[in-house]
Design a protein around this ligand. Structure first.
Ligand code: C2O
Ligand code: CU
Ligand code: CU
Length: 513
């Protein structure tokens, strides 16, 4: 009997210690998860501006770019030996730039030593040229997609999309911007690298002097870094020389959501979103971007003053636990802007920036449930399955519901959509104003999207059996299968034909090299 009492007491003690230990780890993780670098960042490196990619012209007037994906080493603030991947360099890639209406071709050579792809995020183009998971570029091959640019001026971007490896390939540094110009866009500051500045914002975690690709213990969104790189530069500053500066913000991070504002409380004009200019500028003090989203802002920094672009705690509209472990309590310094004592005058931001084309009334509605099992409509991504078939030239309503407790966003290839409504946001909220290809969908919320599936220009080859993707752009979720495939077909091919995805084209011409 005595022994039994002792045994029970001992077991209780062990149990209590375990509970305390687990609670202790929880509290430790809780406290150590929150990151605040505001006011503590040393801005001692000039912001790198990605070079403009050189181009040549074919006999038929096609603008041709040549890009090479490769491995290298970079100084990201932890010495020169950090292993990184880049395009035409050791880390990140050059900015591609073309006019609306131009025909372009990009020869993408893969010298990574492993398979990858290169996707034109936000671009309206044939699926076979899209650079999604079916357009694999094997080591030492060149893939040459070509298309006619048929969409308004916008800040698009490019990154790999190899199914299961997108998070790693982007995190190691494969990303760059693709800017489309048109006359509307030229009314805003547009001297690249002077008063028109691309800002590729990415968070990184380091393990010694190497990139750490593990997610933190309690987070399910993927890696959340405690160091910020802008265009690959740690602790960056920018010398501002113009009265007004246009910043093209790209959230190129794997998982982190930013809520950008200026430390000095400056207001600015939000002039563009993912797919191009807004009809009218919106004056605001903050703009929130989830992974993959872009915003163009124009800010007037008073002469002779400094201000810091920072991210204050984003409003994830999730519960406190999700909020904390998805970076919702984090505060991060991004970039210091130092305005010269005398600034070159710039014209004011026009009241009217562009005119949207009326997408018309939707003729079909689809629903997409983002579920807690990391699926969409309870199906995991299957390269061999076409999930949805859309008729070219029609407008659809897509209702995207975050049916999980976690943080997700939703990205659709090929089109720019309008957000008709979003649970929790009042009509007319600035984040509903623009042409979008990626949208944050908080837990429990429903986003109602209006999508116009425009026909492609007549000169484009269209293989309607090749799918486009829709997916969560938190890259770990995407890699885990939170993705689906849709085709855009002619009016006579509306049925889901079995086997239509069995021989997906790779597009362009691929050859060894
Ligand atoms: Cu930014 Cu499907 O990608
Ligand atoms: Cu995309
Ligand atoms: Cu997700």
């Amino acid at each position: 009997m005595k022994h039994l009492v002792r045994l029970v007491t001992a077991l209780f003690a062990v149990g209590a210690i375990l509970v305390i230990a687990v609670a202790g780890i929880g509290v430790y993780a809780w406290n150590n998860t929150v990151i605040d670098t505001t006011g503590k960042t040393v801005f001692d490196r000039p912001l790198a501006i990605p070079p403009l990619a050189a181009s040549t012209f074919d006999e038929d007037g096609t603008r041709v770019f040549d890009l090479t994906m490769r491995q290298g080493t970079s100084d990201l603030g932890h010495g020169p030996g950090t292993r990184t991947w880049g395009i035409d360099g050791d880390h990140l890639g050059p900015t591609l730039r073309a006019d609306r209406g131009e025909r372009v071709r990009v020869n993408v050579t893969n010298r990574l030593g492993e398979t990858s792809t290169l996707h034109w995020h936000g671009m309206h183009l044939p699926a076979v040229m899209d650079g999604g998971p079916h357009q694999r570029i094997e080591p030492d091959e060149t893939w040459s997609p070509h298309w006619t640019i048929d969409q308004p001026a916008a800040s698009l971007w490019y990154h790999p999309h190899l199914h299961g490896s997108t998070a790693e390939h982007v995190y190691r540094g494969l990303a760059g911007m693709f800017l489309i110009d048109d006359p509307d866009s030229a009314a805003l500051p547009h001297e690249y690298g002077v008063d028109d500045i691309p800002l590729i914002v990415q968070d990184k975690k380091f393990d010694g002097d190497q990139l750490d690709t593990d997610g933190a213990m309690f987070t399910d969104v993927g890696v959340l870094g405690d160091e910020i790189l802008v265009n690959g530069t740690p602790g960056p500053y920018l010398e501002v020389t113009g009265e007004r500066t246009r910043l093209r913000l790209l959230n190129g991070s794997n998982a982190r959501i930013y809520n950008f504002s200026f430390s000095t409380g400056l207001s600015f004009d939000l002039v563009g979103t993912d797919g191009g200019l807004l009809e009218r500028p919106v004056t605001t003090r903050s703009v929130q971007l989830s992974p993959g989203e872009r915003a163009e802002i124009v800010v007037a920094i008073p002469a002779g003053t400094d201000t810091v672009l920072r991210s204050t705690s984003p409003d994830l509209r999730a519960d406190f636990w999700q909020t904390r472990f998805a970076g919702g309590d984090d505060r991060l310094d991004i970039l210091e802007l130092r305005a010269a004592d005398t600034l070159t005058p710039s014209p004011p931001v026009p009241d009217r920036l562009t005119t949207f084309v009326d997408p018309g009334e939707p003729t079909n509605t689809r629903t997409f449930d983002l579920t807690s099992t990391r699926t969409i409509n309870n199906r995991e991504m299957d390269m061999e399955r076409i999930d949805e078939v859309v008729v070219a030239g029609t407008t659809e309503l897509w209702e995207v519901r975050n049916a999980s407790g976690s943080v997700h966003n939703f990205h659709v290839h090929d089109v720019q959509f309008r957000v008709l409504s979003m649970t929790g946001l009042p009509d007319g909220h600035p984040s509903l104003a623009g042409r979008k290809d990626t949208v944050y969908v908080p837990p429990g919320a429903t986003a109602r999207l209006l999508l116009r599936f425009d026909d492609l220009p007549d000169d484009e080859p269209v293989d309607t059996s090749v799918p486009y993707m829709y997916h969560c752009h938190l890259l770990r979720h995407e890699d885990n299968g939170m993705m689906g495939q849709f085709t855009v077909v002619g009016p006579d091919e509306t049925t889901l034909s079995g086997g239509s995805a069995t021989a997906p084209g790779r597009g362009g011409h691929t050859h060894g090299g």
